[in-house]
Every structure is written in structure tokens, then in C-alpha cells.
Design a protein around this ligand. Sequence first.
Ligand code: 2P0
Length: 353
Amino acid sequence: QQLQNWVLMVSAQTPTNIAVIKYWGKRDEDLILAINDSISVTLDPAHLCTTTTVAVSPAFNRDRMWLNGKEISLSGGRYQNCLREIRARASDVEDENKGIKIAKNDLQNLHVHIASYNNFPTAAGLASSAAGFACLVFSLAKLMNVQEDNGKLSAIARQGSGSACRSLYGGFVKWIMGKEENGSDSIAVQLVDEKHWDELVIIIAVVSSRQKETSSTSGMRDTVETSALIERRAKEVVPKRIIQMEEAIQNRDFPTFAQLTCADSNQFHAVCMDTSPPIFYMNDTSHRVIGCVEKWNRSEGTPQVAYTFDAGPNAVLIARNRKAATLMLQRLLFHFPPNSDTDLNSYVIGDKS
Ligand code: 2P0
């Protein structure tokens, strides 16, 4: 007689990532294939991360998921694609010491329960879907004993959310757009690990934790359909920047890194404004942060801090070292004092890892 009251459970933690050369625009919406390569830095898991617990049990009668304690639907294509791809790669689970033996076929037919928590604002342009889908795919792969490397897992996480493929690795990561129609070569690769450039300090200036008005998915669809600038960005500007950025990262060349990071953020927001209807992710406070950093960098003669903004108003500031980060924070506190009428309301500081 088979025991029915067991649960097999796995927990994992995945940090979010911040793009320094941005992904914006898809050539295939279902498989989530990008129109350009992108490069990101993965944050320290202590600061911005998702924690996910996944479980299978004969006692579960359907797949279910809770996000930050609230049940959400798993019926969307993105969740279904990830679940299907992981189940297809399941293998037998056997652990003699713990007395566990579950056949692959049984694993594939059992229902899963998923509980996921973000320790930062969801959908406020802090890449919550990146950490979320990366963690979901990684923890499900462990649960179902999937024998694939992180590159293959990144191609599955990509089908949950494009930027998620980059969160499977630490350090600096490139998402290669790939050429294949089936997306098999659209994977993430690690450029350098978290120890390579560990003087960098990343400050997240939370301008607003409200949910953004235009989702990335619909925003980038509108951009691809209507922007006259996006083609030049994807085909001419980004390919050159990717090569220069890889070199700057390898050489820990902060001036080049900062120049490329700021320029790419500004161009991403320019193509957003070139979209019909125009998309505004940054607000007046974001613009003031840019002014403050640009002015300081110029007065120092060489860049101390790079800024980048994703699909929201929050500033990600990458300082060349701890001293520059401290001085940046002092400047932020001076220009945006607590309880002033701007809505820059908190700072999250963390070393890159
Ligand atoms: C990035 N962003 O490279 C860019 C920069 C936002 C601005 O990836 O539709 O949530 O799930 O693939 O990954 C946000 O887009 O969009 C994003 P989907 P995703 O980080």
C-alpha cells in the first residue's frame, strides 16, 4: 500500500538583476525572444531577492501558487510554459539515507504547490519578475531532479520573463538573444563572477514603491510596433555597446562602464518616449537624481557613480567604490532630505555579489 501523506519540498533564494545594457523589445512574444543582447549585474541576495518554496504531494489535487501570501492564478501561459518544460525534464528522485524514492513518472503527474516571497516592492520597476521566475524555475528543477546546467535552465526561466534568465547567475551576466526560431540558443551566460569587480557598491534609491502604470510586456510591444528609433537601437547601437561593455567589465574600467550604463539607460527611456502612446517611467525626482549624478561626475573629472533606471522611477546607482557610495549618499540626503516634499523615501544599499 502506498503512503499518501508525504510532501517533498525544496526552497531556494534568487536575487534580482539590474540591466546595464537594457533588454527592450521582443521578436517572439510566446517564447520571449529579445531583439537585442543585454547585460546585467546580479544583486546581493541579502537585499533584493525572491524566496520560493515548491512542493509535490499525492495529497495535492491541483497546482497552486501564493505570491507574498496571496493566492494567484497559475493559468497564464508563462507559468504553464515553465511548469511544462521542467516536468518534461524530471528524473527519478532517490535518497537512500532519507528513505526517499519517487519515480520520474510519478513526479511528473503530481501537483505542485508554490509559495513565493519578495523582500522588495513587486512590479515597481525593481525587476521582481526576474527574481521570481528565476527562483521558480531553479527550485522546481531541484525538486524534480532536473539534470540540466544553468544555461539550459536560463532558457526555461526566459519563458517566464525575459530578464529572469539573467538571474540564474551571479556577477555580470549576458543574455544572448540567439538566432534559432525555437529559442534554444537564447540563453544567459556568466561574463564574470561576483568576486571579479567587488569594489562596486550598488545603491537603490526608491523614488516610489507604487506599481508601475505600463507593464514592461505591453510597453515593449508598443515600442516595437511604433517607435522609429528602436530598430537603430537594437541593430546598430546595442551590438557595439555590448562589445564595449564586456571589455569594460573584464578590465574593471569604471569610466567606460559608467558612460555606457548611463547612455544606455537614457536611450531606453528615449525609445519609451518615442513610443505611441509615449511611456514615461521616470518622474521629476528621477530626473533630478540624474542631474545630481551628472553634475558630481563632471566636477570630479572622472565618473564616480553610474545611474540606470528600469521600467519605473527608482534609481539604481552603481558607485565605483565604498568611498564614492558614501559621498553619493551624502549628496542624496542633501538634495532629497528626509520629509522633504519629494517622494524619494528610502535608500537600499548593498555590495554587488
Ligand atoms: C531589462 N527591463 O533588461 C529591461 C530594462 C526593464 C527595463 O527586462 O515581458 O519583466 O517578462 O520579458 O523581463 C523588464 O521586462 O519583461 C525588463 P517580459 P521583463 O532588465
